[in-house]
Design a protein around this ligand. Structure first.
Ligand SMILES: NC(=O)c1ccc[n+]([C@@H]2O[C@H](COP(=O)([O-])OP(=O)(O)OC[C@H]3O[C@@H](n4cnc5c(N)ncnc54)[C@H](OP(=O)(O)O)[C@@H]3O)[C@@H](O)[C@H]2O)c1
Length: 262
């Protein structure tokens, strides 16, 4: 072995470690659960709907012999993250090695149309909840792990009609960079994945008829250089890749078919 290559330069071996996934019941969350379990990770699935979380646990465990724990609660409440991490300590799983901050919501409104409640809801779920989970993770006081924030192309480029969503994801990108610096000495990598349009329920929210669903896909595809929207698994694989890397931190990884390069 090259003497200059220390052990810490190896790719992080995640097998047998725990990943906590917020928004686990959604399109990207489920894909993360399946792909991280395929990589041999035990899971803590966080969400609001206990029945859906139980169904996901059964699906994952049919495919892989991994431990799957469930925590429920509103992501926008600081108590949910505290409860999740204290539950993890109490069931003796040790620590969370990988945190996937994935829960999110979209409000389709211009700034002038956005109500106080809608603004607050988007900030509570997309930004505040992500902050509460990230802070609780950092307070575990351990080294060698990863936080992956699921951001959006809307974090770096504007999108008319998505004012609150863009603001929340821009803030996620900056929190990613700041925490990457704060946790660098402990060997904790903090990165974000920035997807463009994904074939998952969020894309179709507010476009409930078949015709509207088709048109939202066509509209998005027309603006993506590669001419197609992403599958949730492509976002999950990017999150897994970043979770394994020790020398990538503070990065916002675009997974958008070239959308933000145009
Ligand atoms: N879909 C896209 O086109 C797209 C594009 C770029 C970025 N993203 C980002 O990707 C991430 C995942 O989105 P997705 O496409 O998988 O969306 P999704 O299928 O709608 O899933 C969203 C997840 O967030 C959870 N969630 C929403 N509000 C919550 C709350 N108050 N408390 C706890 N959990 C809550 C949902 O739980 P319930 O099942 O209980 O509702 C669901 O599990 C989000 O951060 C999103 O902003 C999505």
């Amino acid at each position: 072995m090259n003497k200059l290559v220390s052990k810490s330069s190896d790719v992080r071996d995640l097998q047998g470690h725990y990943a906590l996934i917020t928004g686990a019941t959604g399109g990207v969350g489920q894909a993360c659960a399946e792909i991280f379990a395929d990589a041999g990770m035990h899971l803590i699935l966080a969400g609001r709907d206990h029945t859906k979380l139980e169904q996901l646990r059964a699906t994952v465990q049919q495919q892989n012999p991994v431990d799957v724990q469930i925590v429920t609660g509103e992501i926008g409440s600081p108590a949910t993250a505290e409860h999740a991490f204290s539950r993890i300590r109490s069931i003796g799983t040790g620590q969370v090695t990988v945190l996937i901050n994935n829960a999110g919501v979209i409000v389709r409104a211009t700034a002038e149309e956005t109500s106080n409640n809608d603004w607050q809801q988007v900030m509570d779920i997309n930004l505040n909840g992500l902050f509460y989970f990230s802070r609780a993770y950092a307070q575990q006081a351990h080294s060698d792990g990863a936080i992956i924030n699921i951001s959006s192309t809307c974090g770096s480029v504007g999108s008319a009609g998505l004012a609150a969503y863009c603001a929340s994801k821009g803030a996620v990108n900056q929190l990613t960079r700041a925490m990457a610096l704060e946790l660098a000495e402990r060997g904790i990598n903090v990165n974000a994945v920035a997807p463009g349009a994904i074939d998952s329920p969020m894309l179709f929210s507010g476009h409930d008829t078949a015709a509207l669903s088709d048109s939202v896909v066509a509209k998005n595809e027309a603006n993506i250089p590669q001419g197609r929207i992403a599958q949730p698994q492509e976002i999950a694989r990017a999150a897994l890749f970043l979770s394994q890397q020790r020398h990538i931190t503070g990065t916002i990884l675009s997974v958008d078919g070239g959308y933000t390069s145009a």
